[in-house]
Design a protein around this ligand. Structure first.
Ligand SMILES: [Zn+2]
Ligand SMILES: [Zn+2]
Length: 370
């Protein structure tokens, strides 16, 4: 067996900039999984060298979020001329136009031979439309990449990654601080919202363009069927775009969401809950609206990463906002479940600031926060 080398160019020991470079074959070539940014860094890009980039034959893109695909233009500047392998939905959401692309067919067998030396199997990761996990086989062995993963999504379909034997696995463990599974994290959030609504306080949830917003909407529709839910124009536009490809969703959820999005959105004054498609509240009009509502007693609930220097961070510090872990990623409990139902030899949990390694089921290294 050849020596396998995986080089973390970002995303391991940090929350962002996901980029994993792997040697394969016998000619010193590479394939790479994801190419994301760390948007709060002065140098936000993966730590890639031009001479390495020239040897990358394939870039496998797990999904459209910036921490996985935001450094694509930087990669091209460094001379990337390999093939991009991803789902048609991810290519669409990123508006990717590039002559060398392999769009993985979600309706056929979830396996694609990329060359005589490399084959990829894939499945839906339950994280966002277009989001995939990858299992890559080559002459040196096998590697699994979970991407951002959640098998118990309410809205997104997931092809559960199980009974996979891999020499190396790079596995989502973003919510490493909790063992709680998805249902418990959702309950925690809805119980808190119920309390605010009882106190007649409005609840504001900023969400990203493509991802947990639809899940939150579906969860809120189920938990609070009588509440007025306000969706801003950006949320409506993104959601309609996402709901075009049914293969990414659970059928019941799609029907209910389409019906909801087809209705007239009630006036802001009649709504108890607001969903704004502006994660870090960058838009001036949203900042103003949120500030006015908070002055009138509303509360901001943050369900994702808090960006340094952002308005949500200020509100958190001023105790005007509250943070929740939303299960669009794996918790430590989910991570160990995934270890249990697969046969992974070396496992790197990623998407957190620890640098842990598990070898043959045992924890072998932890460097702590970086
Ligand atoms: Zn993501
Ligand atoms: Zn991510």
């Amino acid at each position: 067996m050849h020596t396998r080398k995986i080089d973390f160019k970002g995303g391991y020991g940090e929350h962002g900039r996901n980029c994993f470079l792997i040697t394969y074959g016998e000619r010193g070539r590479y394939y790479m999984v994801d190419c994301g940014i760390m948007d709060e860094d002065s140098f936000p890009y993966p730590r890639l060298e031009r001479k390495e980039v020239e040897k990358i034959d394939y870039l496998l893109l797990s999904h459209c979020h910036k921490d996985h695909s935001g450094a694509l233009s930087y990669l091209f500047q460094l001379g990337f001329h390999g093939t991009i392998v991803t789902s048609a939905m991810t290519a669409k959401l990123l508006s990717l136009s590039y002559e060398k692309m392999i769009l993985l067919d979600m309706n056929g067998p979830h396996r694609k031979k990329l060359s005589d030396e490399l084959q990829v199997s894939f499945g839906r990761a339950g994280h966002c439309p277009g989001g995939l996990w990858f299992f890559v086989e080559d002459l040196q062995g096998t590697c699994f990449f979970s991407g951002d993963y959640q098998r118990d999504s309410l809205v997104y379909g997931c092809d559960c990654a199980e009974r996979i034997q891999a020499d190396i696995a790079v596995v989502d463990c973003a919510h490493c601080e909790t063992q709680a599974r998805a249902a418990k994290l959702r309950d925690h959030l809805t119980e808190q919202i119920a309390q605010y609504l009882q106190e007649k306080r409005k609840v504001i949830l900023p969400v990203p363009a493509y991802g947990r917003g639809l899940e939150l909407l579906y969860l809120l529709m189920q938990a609070f069927p009588d509440a007025g839910i306000y969706l801003d124009a950006a949320f409506l536009a993104y959601s309609k775009r996402m709901l075009q490809e049914l293969v990414w969703y659970q059928p019941n959820a799609v029907e209910a969401l389409r019906a909801k999005l087809g209705q007239k959105v009630p006036d802001l004054s009649e709504c108890q809950i607001l969903l704004l498609a502006d994660t870090h509240l960058k838009k001036t009009e949203n900042k103003q609206l949120v500030q006015e509502m908070i002055d009138a007693g509303a509360v901001l609930l943050i369900t994702g990463r808090v960006k340094k220097g952002s308005f949500p961070q200020q509100l958190l510090r001023g105790k005007k906002a509250k943070r929740f872990l939303f299960p669009h990623h794996q918790s430590a409990g989910d991570f160990f479940d995934m270890m249990e139902c697969n046969d992974f030899f070396v496992v790197y949990p990623f998407h957190n600031d620890r640098k842990e390694i598990f070898i043959n089921g045992l924890q072998r290294g932890k460097t702590g926060a970086t």
